[in-house]
Design a protein around this ligand. Structure first.
Ligand code: SF4
Length: 492
C-alpha cells in the first residue's frame, strides 16, 4: 500500500493526538452527523431495503466464491471490446505497469478520477518519481493534493477541513499547480467550487491520459462503472486519448442485473442520494467516441490472501460507501488519519490488516480500534459483520499468527507484542489443566487475602488505578461447593 502511511504510529498513539485537536473534532462531528442523518432518511424511503441488502451480500459472496471464473470472463469481454487487460499481483507491479503505459504515450501529466485502488498502491508518488504529474480532479481529492495532505475519509477525503481552511489552501497553492485562485476568494461554497472548476477545466482540456478506478466491473460485457457526484469523472473518462483503469479484483459483478442492486444501495448509503448524479459506464473502446486506447489493470495486492480467510473474506464485499465511517463513534473522534491507511474507519480496521498483514505496529493495532458497538454492521449495505472480523483479527494478532506479505508470499511470524497477555493465558491454561495446583493456590489466596495489594504492580498499575480489584473470598468456591453440596469436590 501507499508508502505515504508507512512508519505511522500505532492507532492508540495517533488517535490520542487526533482527539486533542478540537478543530478536527468539530469538523468531523459536524460532517459525520449530517451525512449519517441524511443516509438514515434516504434508506427509510425504500421499503425493501433489507431485501436489497441481503441481495447485495449474496451477489458479492457468490462472485467471490467463483472469482476465478468471473475474472476470466471479464478479461475475455474486455479484450473482445477492444481493451487491454493487465494483471498486477501487488502495488509495485501495478505501479510499474501504469508508469510504463503512460511513458509509452510520451505524456508527462495525467488527470485522475478519485480512486481508492490507486491511493492504496501509492500511484501518484510512483508516477512523480518518474517525472509524471498526476492531477486529482475530484474536489475533495484536489483539496487534499493541494494541501499536501492525506485523505481521511473514503468518500469525503477532506472531511477534516473546514471552508476557511479550504479557502486558504486554494489561495496559497493553486498557482503552483496551474490556474491560480480568483482574487479575493471567500469561503462560500459556490465560490470555492467555481475556483476548483476553473482550475480543473484547463487540465481536463489538456490531458491526453486519464487514470481511474471503478466502482464495479460487469463480467458479462466487460463494462466498467464509475459513480460520482461532480462530473469530473465523466470528463476524465471521455476526453483523454488513453484511459487506464486500476481496479481491485473484488469489484466484479457477474451481470447488469446484479449491478442494479448496488446502484440502488450505494448512493443512498454514501451520499444519501436516490441515485448518483453521474453514472459513467464504458466497454472497451469505440471509434471516434471517448478514449481510443483502454487499459484495465486488475489489482490483487493482498486480496486473494484475504479471500483465503473464511471469516475475513467478507471484507471484500465492501462497495466503499463509507456509511460505517459516518456512524462509528471511534472514527468520529479519532478521524481518518489515525488509521494509517487509505481505508480508515471500521472497514479500514478490518481491510488494512488483511491486505497488508498484521506485521507492522499500526496494522496489529487496527483490529483494536473499535468499541465493537456494531453500528457499522447495522448500516453496511452488504451486511459485512465488521465486529466479527475485528474479533477474529484480534485473535490472529494475540495468537501470534502475525501475517505479513513479502512480495507475493504470505509469511506467518511469531507475534512480538502482547507478550504479557500471552504469558497470562499460558499460566491460566496450566492452572486449569492442573486442578490440584489450582485448589492449593485458591486456598493459599483465601488465607492470605488480608495481605493482598489493592493495586497491581508493574504494567498492571495503570489498569488497576481506575478499577476496584475484586476481593478474594474467605472460602474458595470449590470448598464452599463441597461443604454445601457434599460429596467429592470433583475438580468441577
Ligand atoms: S464496510 Fe459496508 S458500510 Fe463500510 S464502506 Fe464498506 S460497504 Fe460501506
Amino acid at each position: 500500500m501507499s508508502g505515504t502511511y508507512l512508519g505511522m504510529p500505532a492507532f492508540p498513539v495517533a488517535a490520542r493526538e487526533a482527539v486533542g485537536n478540537t478543530t478536527l473534532r468539530g469538523n468531523l462531528r459536524h460532517a459525520t452527523h449530517t451525512i449519517r442523518a441524511k443516509r438514515a432518511k434516504a434508506v427509510t424511503e425504500v421499503s425493501d431495503w433489507a431485501e436489497l441488502r441481503e441481495a447485495g451480500k449474496q451477489i458479492k459472496d457468490h462472485t467471490l466464491r467463483h472469482l476465478d471464473h468471473y475474472l476470466e470472463q471479464l478479461e475475455e469481454s474486455v479484450t473482445a471490446a477492444g481493451g487491454i487487460v493487465h494483471w498486477a499481483a501487488d502495488a509495485a507491479e501495478a505501479n510499474e505497469i501504469v508508469t510504463q503505459l503512460v511513458k509509452m504515450t510520451g505524456e508527462r501529466e495525467v488527470v485522475k478520477v478519485k480512486s481508492m485502488a490507486t491511493q492504496e498502491i501509492g500511484l501518484n508518488e510512483a508516477l512523480e518519481a518518474e517525472g509524471i504529474h498526476a492531477y486529482e480532479t475530484d474536489l475533495a481529492e484536489l483539496i487534499v493534493q493541494l494541501g499536501k495532505d492525506r485523505p481521511s475519509h473514503i468518500l469525503v477525503p477532506a472531511i477534516h477541513r473546514n471552508r476557511g481552511e479550504i479557502r486558504d489552501i486554494f489561495a496559497r497553492e493553486m498557482s503552483e499547480w496551474g490556474r491560480p485562485a480568483p482574487e479575493g476568494l471567500t469561503d462560500t461554497p459556490a465560490e470555492l467550487a467555481e475556483a476548483a472548476r476553473l482550475h480543473l477545466r484547463e487540465k481536463f482540456l489538456r490531458a491526453k491520459v486519464g487514470i481511474s478506478g471503478a466502482n464495479f466491473m460487469v463480467a458479462e460485457t466487460g463494462t466498467l462503472v464509475v459513480v460520482e457526484s461532480e462530473g469530473n469523472g465523466r470528463m476524465c473518462l471521455t476526453l483523454p486519448e488513453t484511459l487506464i483503469s486500476v481496479v481491485g479484483i473484488e469489484k466484479i459483478v457477474p451481470t447488469w442485473q446484479d449491478l442494479e442492486v448496488f446502484l440502488q444501495t450505494l448512493p443512498r448509503s454514501s451520499t444519501a442520494e436516490r441515485m448518483n448524479p453521474y453514472t459513467s459506464t464504458w466497454t472497451g473502446t469505440t471509434d471516434q467516441d471517448g478514449p481510443g486506447t483502454f487499459h484495465l489493470v486488475l489489482l490483487d495486492n493482498g486480496r486473494t490472501d484475504t479471500l483465503a480467510d473464511e471469516v475475513g473474506r467478507q471484507a471484500l464485499r465492501c462497495i466503499r460507501c463509507s456509511a460505517c465511517l459516518n456512524v462509528c463513534p471511534v472514527y468520529e473522534r479519532a478521524g481518518g488519519h489515525a488509521y494509517g491507511s487509505v481505508y480508515p474507519g471500521p472497514i479500514g480496521a478490518i481491510l488494512s490488516p488483511q491486505l497488508r498483514g498484521t506485521g507492522s505496529e499500526i496494522d496489529a493495532s487496527l483490529p483494536y480500534a473499535s468499541s465493537l458497538c456494531g453500528a457499522c454492521y447495522e448500516v453496511c449495505p452488504v451486511a459485512i459483520d465488521i465486529p466479527e472480523v475485528l474479533v477474529h483479527l484480534r485473535e490472529r494478532v494475540v495468537q501470534g499468527g502475525e501475517v505479513t506479505r513479502e512480495g507475493n508470499k504470505v509469511v506467518l511470524r511469531p507475534a512480538k507484542g502482547h507478550a504479557a497477555e500471552r504469558a497470562a493465558m499460558r499460566a491460566a491454561r496450566w492452572a486449569f489443566t492442573h486442578p490440584g495446583a489450582l485448589r492449593t493456590g485458591q486456598r493459599a489466596a483465601s488465607r492470605s487475602r488480608r495481605f493482598h495489594p489493592r493495586t497491581l504492580p508493574g504494567p498492571g498499575r495503570a489498569w488497576s488505578a481506575t478499577r476496584e480489584l475484586p476481593p478474594v473470598p474467605a472460602e474458595p468456591f470449590r470448598d464452599w461447593w463441597q461443604r454445601t453440596h457434599g460429596g467429592k469436590d470433583g475438580d468441577r
